[in-house]
Design a protein around this ligand. Sequence first.
Ligand SMILES: Cc1cc2nc3c(=O)[nH]c(=O)nc-3n(C[C@H](O)[C@H](O)[C@H](O)COP(=O)(O)OP(=O)(O)OC[C@H]3O[C@@H](n4cnc5c(N)ncnc54)[C@H](O)[C@@H]3O)c2cc1C
Length: 493
Amino acid sequence: MSESWDVVVVGGGNAGFCAAQSAREQGARVLMLEKAPREWAGGNSYFTAGAMRIVHNGLDDVAELVEPFDTGCTDLDPYTAEDFLGDLRRVTGDRCDPELAGILVNRSRETMSWLRSLGLRFELMFHRQAYEVDGRFRFWGGLAVGVLGGGKGMIAGHLAAAQERGITVRFGAHVTDLLTTHGKVHGVLLSGGERIEARSVVLTSGGFEANPAMRSAYLGPGWDLALVRGTPFNTGEGITMALAAGAQPYGHFSGCHSVAWDAGARTTGDRDLTNQLTRGGYPFGIVVNTDGERFVDEGADFRNYTYAKYGAEILKQPGSRAVQVFDAKAAPLLRSEEYAAPGVTKVESDTVEGLAKELAIDEARLARTVGEFNAAVTGQRFNPAVKDGKHTEGISPAKSNWAQPLDTPPYSAFPVTCGITFTFGGLRIDDQCAVLDTAGRRIPGLFAAGELVGGLFYFNYPGGSGLTAGAVFGRRAGRAAVGGPLEGRSRLL
Ligand SMILES: Cc1cc2nc3c(=O)[nH]c(=O)nc-3n(C[C@H](O)[C@H](O)[C@H](O)COP(=O)(O)OP(=O)(O)OC[C@H]3O[C@@H](n4cnc5c(N)ncnc54)[C@H](O)[C@@H]3O)c2cc1C
């Protein structure tokens, strides 16, 4: 006889744990099925820096959420719903689904309080999101709060909370299909042939970023060669099985989140180093390809608004390689967990030509690029905590902010490639996280949240939105899966 549950959650990342918890709060008997073995618990959520973008009213408001800190020398501007929505619309070229975006933004703050009530702990991310200028720490880029202990801390917290509240988690449980009868979903099939019945199924099994065949089919040629930043288990099966059951594909299927990633990294994520293989310091230097030529505006915006689209720019370069180059002035601004971590691929020299030689880049070409860049820098005051407008003139691509001449040895160079984080296309859900079919009707018994939902992100992404989206929609999906009350329609929020 097959097992029977109120709610089965497929996928044990942040979205899955949030769905499981909110279903449990409604009194449901909840089973979480996770494909990975226990040693790989937490999906991509484990690999994160734990950064979470939320609406807040400034320092006093955030202080209620985070561990104690010194308020006296800290500047944090309020981040309003209009700010968050504006950032989402701007970076997605105004394509983000307005209903989903509204829910994400308007429920972000209270969802973090709810996560706290589950036992997760938060901190102000001084080490990642603030710079000290004139003796004060100033937060930048709309992102200030993170989970204590990053993704590792988040998953430890979720696992403890699940155990405490009686949620059953099965590792090594690979869901291969949905059980459907007359269009209603009533359970799942596991790879060994086991059938598990449920009143509702919530899919939270991530995108297809770890599936090279789907990457090249949807994202395009060359994407099969990108390195995967996170879990190897997000191979798109939740999306595939839901589409086969009639679900509507939605969002930017040829788009993804991808970043500058250590060129020496392995093909899928490293459980020890996790996010430390990211190279996010490029706004304070220049980025060249293996021909020694610049190809992006490194200072177009705060890193939080450019990093997720610059991986794709690196993928387009010869050999899908690039090099970030800094001088000694920039060194203190580089995050030590990324640039001084064990295993960092790095070259150092007292001259630009020396760097080029080590990197097998044409010496004269790199020296010319640096020389032209230095000559193009204008004279405003450099300030890393604001968009300082210190830019270049007369070169292409321009650098729009934080442009300082590279003139102070030693010079350092960090070879990077494209690291894919997650994919943007996925399933279409309504405001209650019910999965819609291709005619726009709900598929009875099927809900979804997290990375495998489409429609929120296009082309680019405001840093820290993925975990917040997973939490907001996961919480909502779990409650809706039990038929529990929702707070109201998103357009009223
Ligand atoms: C290196 C890195 C750093 C990041 N940093 C941040 C950050 O600081 N802030 C932020 O907001 N976002 C960050 N992200 C993005 C973030 O990880 C995702 O947006 C978020 O974790 C997605 O959560 P999820 O629950 O949807 O998916 P996941 O956490 O990936 O969980 C999906 C789970 O489903 C399981 N699964 C897959 N297929 C099946 C199947 N067939 N059967 C059963 N289980 C299955 C997988 O094993 C996995 O455990 C980062 C990502 C990476 C890789």
